[in-house]
Design a binder for this molecule. Structure first.
Ligand code: NAD
Length: 492
């Protein structure tokens, strides 16, 4: 396959049973470059009819796919990964064009998708169940993993190729057919992934891609009676709707949702290193990380010193779409407007905006969706801006007097995804790990940065307890079957 460089307006289709096709209804929508605001693609605007076709296509081949050995599926997914690797630069170009992020960052993210592919492919040679003892003579007891059926995969746009890889690789390894509802903000990334998978030999129908908007194409996928497991990455608000809808028909649902992740700085922290990690946690990828550190909690005795350092770093951030920049635009105009409105409401409620709080509109930002790195002080711990996920380069600062107060402040949001503590004390670090309500805890590091072999997911409003990545991802996409083999039934 050749992936041509992003140029004029491109057509982005669905992939159903190995065929690229427009939406049944013939409708399309425009996808704009976050870096310039220009239309870069015309995308199939699918609805229930397209979802029906995609689910049927997946259903038709799923059994045959599931009958291959897991090792065979792993080997094929390794070839898919190798193909992705050989096209890494071209894929990264598509990611950069659709997200506005710097080419170097897009390349790194594509590398993360490749690492996930290799990790999951290797699971094809493990895929462990349990063997154990039985209380009955001549009986063996064990568990094996079973495919679930058709997986409906719905993704967000923030790290699009990695988001696709995190779901598609484990779903397919486990022997499911898949229908991927790509994010409407990064449709071509999903299309390119499906093309590469087909080039590597993935049979038609095993992975189908439906483009379109959430309510029109995502919702019918969640409602579809033939979709056995729904795996969703996106906002908590949409996750709630999905849980309700899937709950009606008792479909298995994995939800990877938002976060308002605390970054705690104790009085014994290395303040220079902490300020650097805080800036990365808050601003990198334009703050569009579920694991962004957007609630910065600092001991009073080091507050002024830490804030001075962080402000310096905040003011030094270079914003733009190039490799020389620290971060790029946010994904679309709507999200940009929501972020700025939240900062404005905080200002009206008495918070101080120490830096940023506005759209960047210099000549190099013309037409794009650039938000200045924003630091907000004196917003109450329970205020909207301190508790709601904004998914932009915006963080709030909070003073605390003690470790206990800091932990309480860190836990006082509806979320529980990731958290970081900065301290030189092993005891404080261990206390933090024990008491913080989060799926991921980081000591003397940023709030983000997951590895493919380690589970990732959240508690409370950040998820439903499932984990993506790691071997734990296999639990999402497989059912456990308990098997008893009586090997001499006449003689018990
Ligand atoms: P979003 O919830 O608006 O959209 C996510 C996906 O859901 C898109 O593909 C969208 O089309 C689809 N969708 C929207 N409405 C739907 C509906 N009614 N039924 C079915 N599908 C629907 O989120 P977003 O703004 O694109 O992404 C940002 C969010 O994703 C943030 O909250 C972020 O924290 C979260 N996120 C979480 C993780 C994680 O692993 N926990 C990772 C990345 C992003």
């Amino acid at each position: 396959m050749s992936i041509s460089a992003p140029s004029a307006v491109r057509t982005v289709a669905n992939v159903i049973a190995g065929e690229e096709r427009g939406a049944v209804g013939g409708d399309t929508f425009e996808k704009r470059s976050p870096a310039t605001g220009e239309v870069i693609s015309s995308v199939a605007r699918s609805d229930r009819r397209d979802v029906d076709l995609a689910v049927s296509a997946a259903r038709e081949v799923q059994w045959e796919w599931a009958r291959t050995t897991v090792a065979e599926r792993g080997a094929l997914l390794r070839r898919v990964t190798q193909t992705l690797e050989s096209e890494q630069e071209a894929v990264a170009e598509v990611v950069a064009a659709e997200t506005g992020k710097a080419p170097k960052e897009a390349l790194g993210e594509t590398g993360a998708a490749i690492e996930m592919g290799y990790f999951v492919a290797g699971e094809g040679r493990r895929f462990y169940g349990r063997t154990t003892t039985s209380a009955v003579q001549n009986r063996q007891a064990m568990t094996v993993r079973q495919p679930i059926g058709v997986a409906g995969l719905i993704t967000a746009a923030n790290t699009p190729i990695a988001n696709v890889a995190w779901k598609v690789f484990p779903a397919l390894l486990c022997g499911n057919g898949a229908v991927l509802k790509a994010s409407e903000d990064t449709p071509e990334t999903a299309l390119v992934f499906a093309r590469l998978a087909a080039d590597a030999g993935l049979p038609p129908g095993v992975l189908n891609v439906v483009q379109g908007l959430g309510e029109e194409a995502g919702q019918p996928l969640v409602e579809h009676p033939d979709v056995d497991v729904v795996s969703f990455t996106g906002s908590t608000a949409v996750g709630r709707m999905i849980a309700r809808t899937a709950g009606e028909r008792l479909a298995k649902v994995c939800l990877e949702l938002g976060g308002k992740n605390p970054f705690m700085v104790c009085d014994d922290a290395d303040l220079a290193a902490a300020a650097s990690a805080a800036a990365l946690s808050a601003y990198s990828n334009a703050g569009q990380r579920c694991a962004a550190g957007s609630r910065i909690i600092v001991f009073e005795s080091v507050y002024e010193d830490f804030v001075r350092r962080l402000l310096e770093r905040t003011r030094a951030q270079q914003v733009g779409p190039g490799d020389e920049h620290d971060f790029g635009p946010v994904i679309n105009e709507r999200q940009l407007q929501q972020m700025l409105a939240a900062v404005e409401r905080a200002r009206e409620a008495g918070a101080s905006v120490l830096a940023g709080g506005e759209r960047l509109s210099g000549p190099e930002h013309a037409g794009g969706y650039y938000v200045a790195p924003t630091l907000v002080e004196d917003a109450g711990l329970d205020s909207e801006i301190s508790c709601a996920e904004l998914f932009g380069p915006i963080a709030t600062l909070h003073r605390v007097r003690s470790f206990d107060e800091a932990v309480a402040a860190a836990n006082a949001t509806p979320y529980g995804l990731t958290a970081a503590v900065w301290t030189a004390s092993v005891h404080r670090a261990q206390e933090f790990v024990a008491r913080i309500v989060s799926g991921v805890a980081s000591v003397n590091g940023p709030t983000y940065g997951s590895e493919p072999h380690m589970p990732f997911g959240g508690e409370r409003a950040s998820g439903t307890g499932w984990r993506e990545a790691g071997t734990e991802a296999l639990d999402v996409y497989s059912d456990i079957k308990t098997v008893y083999v009586n090997h001499d039934p006449g003689r018990t």
